[in-house]
Design a protein around this ligand. Structure first.
Ligand SMILES: *[C@@H]1O[C@H](CO)[C@@H](O)[C@H](O)[C@H]1NC(C)=O
Length: 204
């Protein structure tokens, strides 16, 4: 009896420890990013769950940021200033919505909206995890949001030339071009390939 309980506990730890880390480098007004969230990420996350996937969201993409002499940040985004605002909607949301399942639900809700920059409040409300949207909205409108976005930007720029396509999907911190390409049409298959045996039933 006791041995059985211990074995079950060990399995529980193993499955949590062996989730594949999936880093998603994306930008809010990019059609390929929106498609990846809508058609690939969400269904697979729903199927396999946080035991199998730890998503590391990086809403920045092909942007740049500079700081002026007063310490004020400014951003240039691939699809214009509204895309930067949409990225901040996520950077700030991810700062205040911290539970992994709720983060995925929030990012998916924003990115599957027809206009992500305006989706923050409705998504935070529908997903839950925050009792008061004003913390997120004041983050978006202030230096706090700038700092949150700069942190994602620095991590994105650290990829260097690896970031040629948006979204870029990286598994367990190692970029692989085959995984990248396949992720856009068979994300579940790539995740399952990275999971150790025994694979979860959702990989069958
Ligand atoms: C990945 O896809 C790009 C086009 O989207 C293609 O040029 C490249 O050859 C592909 N790489 C691999 C390893 O399949």
């Amino acid at each position: 009896m006791e041995i059985k309980v211990i074995a079950v506990l060990c399995l529980a730890f193993l499955s949590a420890a062996q989730a594949v880390k999936v880093s998603v480098y994306y930008e809010s007004l990019c059609p390929d990013s929106m498609r990846f969230f809508s058609n690939q990420l969400h269904a697979t996350y729903q199927l396999l769950g946080s035991d199998a996937i730890t998503v590391d969201f990086l809403p920045y993409g092909k942007a740049t940021h500079t700081q002026d002499a007063n310490g004020q940040w400014s951003f240039q985004c691939q699809h214009g200033a509204e895309e930067c605002r949409g990225n901040k909607v996520q950077a700030c949301g991810l700062k205040y919505i911290t539970e992994p399942d709720l983060q995925e639900a929030y990012a998916h809700c924003v990115m599957s909206n027809s206009y992500p920059p305006d989706a923050g409040q409705a998504c935070a409300t529908s997903v839950g995890g925050v009792t008061d949207y004003s913390a997120i909205s004041s983050c978006i409108a202030s230096a706090e949001g700038d700092e949150a976005l700069v942190a994602y930007g620095d991590r994105t720029h650290a990829l260097g030339s690896i970031l040629s396509f948006v979204p870029t999907i990286i598994y367990d911190d190692v970029f692989d071009q085959d995984d990248q390409n396949e992720s856009l049409y068979n994300f579940r298959g790539v995740v399952c390939r990275h999971l150790p045996d025994p694979k979860p039933s959702g990989c069958a």
